[in-house]
Design a protein around this ligand. Structure first.
Ligand code: AMP
Ligand code: MG
Length: 323
């Protein structure tokens, strides 16, 4: 078996099962009309419980750095009961077990080998019925080595009426996509575009998450004509990895000191680099996944198909000097 083949298989299985729970909760009448918050909360907790349960079985020694913990859930018995029902539908579980699984993913302990999970990235997209992702990555000695990302609402291929993609990658082994519904995997490659006039870039839907004015100025400076494509979650990395856009920009807003969370990026970074692209922060530094739960040594993110990357960084640096 090749390096990390088992980890990849387990990661794909884990996010596929969690995505099934999320999709069911999102479709379900239960809660969605009654309140905005509860269904997403159910799915966030349920998804993390399932991913951590699968990892606990397969790799009991590995810590998991995840977004959620069970503290709030324990204070809301009705919600906990709902999460337990949803998790139980995927694999037998009681409430205590569900909380224990969630909290397996609440560690901030530093170890050379650990997983990071975002049980639902793009919560706002999930609530709008748009894009969201379940993202899981394995980091060993600061290096991304395995990634699996489920995007239940993303077209299987560009413009495909079928939705639900599972992206995966192993360091040195390439990037792949497959239907969440099952079937063969196929390799991904970034865009081969050379003329920025035909370039496409993507960014967050939420204006608070990235400086959209600066992104527009950057696109204009590069000669890109198309407006930004806006979508929630790590689906943006998938879009770049499969050649549907050349650039994903996450530009900190002026004055922002917020450090990005590792689970919002780890799986996507390996996906894009294995598809032949490049990912750095806005100053050209590689994203550093060895400083805890946040990318404290980085500022923003630029992911691209490669050929224009240095020009993007130079332009951003010129903007910074002008500011
Ligand atoms: P996206 O769907 O790409 O906009 O990213 C969703 C993620 O943005 C969430 O999981 C949050 O961790 C993260 N986030 C929340 N607030 C901010 C912010 N002010 N700037 C950048 N990212 C943020
Ligand atoms: Mg997130």
């Amino acid at each position: 078996m090749s390096t990390y083949a088992r980890e990849l298989e387990v990661a794909r299985r884990a996010v596929r099962q969690a995505a099934a729970l999320c999709a069911r909760v999102q479709r379900g009448v239960e809660g969605l009309e009654k309140s905005d918050k509860s269904p997403v909360t159910v799915a966030d907790f349920g998804s993390q419980a399932l991913v951590c349960a699968t990892l606990a079985e397969a790799f009991p020694e590995d810590p998991v750095v995840g977004e959620e913990d069970s503290a709030t859930l324990r204070e809301h018995p009705a919600l906990l009961a709902q999460v337990t029902r949803e998790v139980d539908a995927e694999r037998g579980a009681d409430a205590a077990q569900v909380c224990a699984w969630i909290d397996r993913g609440a560690t901030r302990e530093q170890r050379p080998r650990f997983w990071t999970v975002d049980p639902i990235d793009g919560t706002k997209g999930f609530l709008r019925g748009e894009q969201y992702a379940v993202a899981l990555a394995l980091i060993v000695d600061g290096e991304l080595v395995v990634s699996a990302t489920a995007c239940p609402n993303l077209p299987l291929r560009p413009d495909d009426p079928e939705r639900g993609v599972l992206f995966s990658a192993v360091k040195g082994g390439g990037a792949f996509a497959e239907a969440l519904a099952g079937g063969a995997r196929w390799p991904l490659a970034v865009s081969a575009a050379s003329d920025p006039a035909a370039g496409r870039f993507c960014q967050s839907v939420e204006p608070a998450h990235s400086d959209q004015e600066q992104a527009a100025a950057l696109a204009a400076a590069l000669g890109i004509r198309a407006p930004a494509r806006k979508l929630d979650s790590l689906a943006k990395y998938g879009i770049v990895a499969r050649g549907e856009a050349e650039i994903y920009l996450r530009l900190p807003r002026p004055g922002s000191t917020r450090a990005e969370c590792i689970w919002d990026h780890a799986a996507g970074v390996l996906l894009v680099t294995e598809a032949g692209g490049r990912v750095t922060d806005t100053r050209g530094a590689p994203l550093a996944f060895r400083h805890g739960a946040h990318l404290t040594h980085n500022r923003g993110v630029v992911a691209s198909h490669g050929p224009w990357h240095d020009r993007i960084l130079d332009t951003l640096s010129a903007f910074e000097e002008d500011a």
